[in-house]
Design a binder for this molecule. Sequence first.
Ligand code: HEC
Length: 254
Amino acid sequence: MMVSLLGLYGCQAFESLQPLPPIPFEPSAKDISYVRDVKPVLDRTCIACHACYDAPCQLKLTAAGGVTRGASKDVVYTSARLLNASPTRLFIDAQTTAQWREKGFFAVVDDSTDNPGRSIDNLNTSLISQMIALGREQPLAPHSRVPEDIQLGLQRDNQCPKLSEFDRYANEKPLQGMPLAITGLADKDYQTLQNWIWQGAVIDEPPWTRTASRCSGCASSMRAMRVPFPAPKRGAILSGRPTAGTSPSSQPVS
Ligand code: HEC
């Protein structure tokens, strides 16, 4: 029994220690900025898919907080779920990377302090580097049909591989690097992302916080939109006439 258990664990440990092939890239002397250089690339090429609450692997690339939060294997909408699940709304249900890790999210850019500054190891330990390198290795021809074995749509069965599982993902799904199912990244964009990660994936923008002042204009903008509160009676909507007491100007807006 003991021997077989050791065998199992030994095998798992060995699998996760397999070095991934080196990531091809051209080191740049220029400092890459997340705000100036990286975010525009993510906005242009990734957020068509990685933006919603149920983005693949819950990886939201629309904000720096989503990049540092990383990915999760948990599916947010599933009809098979019998019990309530804790929501995972970015900026709301957890605030720090450590809190997201407790909720099962794992890094897509190396966030350990093992390799400060420029380091090739940052690339090997970042899922974004691995995924875009795979996409570059096996590019889809422009203006061609998406290969049959790339499943798209809401029923897609995502793997959301962790780093230790990436080798298997790349072997089983060689055409499914990122960006998925579209013509790959332009060389300049690829180099920008890889150089940013090589340089330590620094986020050069202040952390997003919710403050009262952010919403100071909310009441006035709701008034400007003339949102009736509470909702007018049904007859009033149909006749187009406001019911007494539901005029936006006479209602408190909170
Ligand atoms: C057409 C939709 C689409 C686009 C565009 C796209 N992705 Fe993805 N991405 C996916 C899907 C679907 C998966 C899940 C793949 C799987 O695990 O089977 C995924 C998975 C990932 C993962 C792996 C997460 C994990 O858990 O291992 C990373 C990292 C990633 N994408 C980064 C990017 C980046 C960076 C871009 C832009 C350069 C991008 N993606 C563009 C659909 C897309």
